[in-house]
Design a protein around this ligand. Structure first.
Ligand SMILES: [Zn+2]
Length: 588
């Protein structure tokens, strides 16, 4: 909980939940709320809502809900302090230096900022090498040959790592100690002699930036036939391959605007596509996509066109990435470029040879992933039962990963038709795969049956909102024991206690003391469209509750009378009955 006056509390006051959630979920204004597709369960129509004034979110489908911190904790799978920091950063609130950090943590942070600074310096060094040396001249000629002119070189910060073997080392040595140099991954240590040398030699360098645009690593392509052709920075304290997408820092706006991403393999491809005027391109910079990269991407869009290399490795990478994207409920298309002449074409080669118009045209026509997969399956031998089984087994895992049941079943039918599966066994396997999906989120059955009576809902809403007469109302409800025995009793109790405290009543704090099912109901009620509460309305709701209470008591009295008409207390019961009936009549 955010304690009043704490940093967390200040962040919560200043943070706009709509903006923060909006970085993860595409939200549309709908009445007083914002709605979108729930990021926590698979769905096709939006049941996820964000309340801009109460600063809470709630999903009517799977029932999740909370405040901005809870949301970030769930999305980023992080702890509360980390969530505060993330929200603060997103909202441009300066995070105070934490005194309570351990010395190790402080040292690590310091080391990370030194490494970032070092990478910035190294970037300047590489650029100078490309611009001002003889070796660099040869590299420039190579780049020009690849269609990368001066503009492109400066736009993407392309540089050159000289062949000497210690040029960078000599440049850095005076400023950084050996341990740090090795930790940066830019300098390696010779295992036998213990000597230091540059990791990148005689290579074109490409700075790799994290999402916020800080250079955290380098990719490097051999200028000659040196192996490997591509060499990247190793994992370091500031760089983890699976957390970074190349070009993400520059693609963000375009991703939001266009609402889809083109996913390519390497930085040369990303640069080629971006140079063709298509900025919403990112590269996985590895053989296939990793889970954290998908998490990063889905903050901006859930639609992807995968455009990997057409070679065997690229195909395998495409298929692995597809699996992962499908699991995360992405809408995926696959662009498989046709060969150029007799050469298999990656995006870079294709755009250079055939031009950007042709690429754009194919991009627009890129088929849904299932067509791509079926096409791949059809390349298998489908004349025998065995071959068909192999094709089905190739497709089954993908079908099973589709979160939406209806879509799964549609694809199953389509696959059967396309592969001409007449065998009942194969059809059955497909239908079974289509029907099953373990991780599928079902609407909680308990939610369906919980629809509190309108009067209760209205009073709950007033307790949460009516600043003017909340305290009065809470006293009334409590003194007359009006909510006892109601389905919503616990919600009332929590709200009444909060109201009687005289402090502002915060939905998330009341929600925090409730059981999950009650918290869900409370949030549901808070998201309903409703008019400004008035005292008159409150009073008529209270009357209605009193009325119901009287009716319940009357029924009890009547039962007691009928059960034992000769009891000594009959007289008292009859009097009570008279009184209740008078009360009910007066209400009418
Ligand atoms: Zn949900």
């Amino acid at each position: 909980m955010a304690e009043a006056g704490s940093f967390a509390d200040r962040v919560k006051q200043q943070a706009d939940i709509v903006r923060v959630v909006g970085e993860y979920v595409r939200l549309k204004k709908s009445g007083q709320n914002f709605t979108g597709l729930c990021p926590f369960h698979a769905e096709k129509s939006p049941s996820f809502a964000v309340h801009p004034t109460k600063q809470i979110y709630h999903c009517f489908g799977c029932g999740v809900g909370g405040d901005v911190f809870k949301f970030v904790m769930e999305m980023e799978k992080c702890a509360f302090p980390e969530a505060i920091r993330i929200v603060a950063e997103k909202c441009g609130i300066a995070v105070p230096r934490q005194k309570e950090r351990s010395p190790e943590e402080r040292k690590e942070n310091q080391q990370r900022s030194v490494l970032v600074e070092m990478h910035r310096e190294v970037q300047t060094f590489f650029v100078k090498q490309l611009e001002g040396t003889l070796e660099g001249k040869a590299a420039r000629a190579y780049l020009e040959d690849r269609g990368l002119d001066k503009d492109a070189i400066s736009q993407f910060g392309i540089g050159y790592a000289p062949s000497g073997g210690d040029a960078l080392l000599r440049h850095l040595k005076s400023k950084y100690n050996e341990k740090l140099l090795v930790e940066s991954g830019l300098v390696s240590r010779d295992q036998s002699a213990g000597r230091l040398f540059d990791r990148f030699r005689r290579r074109i360098t490409f700075p790799i930036s994290n999402e916020s645009g800080k250079i955290v690593a380098f990719g490097a392509r051999a200028l000659g036939d040196d192996m490997p052709k591509y060499l990247n920075s190793p994992e370091t304290p500031i760089y983890s391959k699976s957390n970074v997408l190349y070009h993400m820092d520059r693609a963000k706006d375009a991703l939001r605007r266009q609402d889809f991403a083109i996913l390519v393999e390497g930085y040369m491809d990303a640069i080629a596509v971006a140079r063709a005027g298509i900025s919403n391109v990112v590269a996985s910079c590895g053989t296939s996509l990793a889970e954290p990269q998908i998490k990063l991407l889905q903050r901006f869009t859930k639609r992807v066109v995968v455009n990997y290399d057409p070679d065997t490795a690229g195909q395998a990478a495409t298929e692995r990435s597809l699996s992962l994207l499908l699991e995360h409920d992405f809408e995926v298309r696959v662009l498989a470029l046709p060969p150029v002449g007799d050469k298999k074409a990656d995006p870079d080669l294709f755009i250079r040879e055939r031009g950007k118009e042709e690429y754009l045209k194919l991009l627009k026509e890129a088929p849904p992933y299932v067509d791509y997969l079926i096409a791949r399956a059809r390349q298998m031998d489908l004349t025998t039962g065995e071959g068909k089984l192999r094709a089905v087994n190739f497709l089954l895992p993908y079908v099973q990963k589709i979160p939406n049941r209806i879509l799964r079943s549609e694809w199953a039918t389509r696959i059967s038709q396309q592969l001409r599966l007449d065998e009942p066994v194969l059809r059955a396997a497909l239908s079974k795969a289509a029907a099953e999906r373990r991780s599928e989120v079902k609407t909680q059955p308990e939610l369906a049956g919980r629809a509190a009576k309108p009067v209760e809902r209205r009073l709950i809403r007033m307790l949460a909102e009516a600043e003017g007469f909340r305290l009065e109302l809470a006293k009334h409800l409590q003194n007359a024991h009006l909510y006892h025995g109601l389905e919503t009793e616990k919600i009332f109790a929590a709200l009444v206690i909060a109201s009687l405290s005289g402090q502002p009543v915060l939905a998330t704090e009341v929600g925090a003391v409730l059981e999950d099912r009650d918290r869900r109901l409370l949030f549901e009620i808070l998201f309903e469209e409703a008019n400004e509460p008035t005292w008159e309305e409150a009073m008529s709701c209270i009357e209605a509750l009193q009325n119901r209470q009287a009716k319940r008591e009357l029924a009890d009295v009547q039962r007691s009378i009928e059960a034992n008409p000769a009891a000594p207390e009959l007289r008292g019961l009859l009097e009570k009955k008279q009184e209740l009936m008078r009360r009910l009549a007066a209400d009418r």
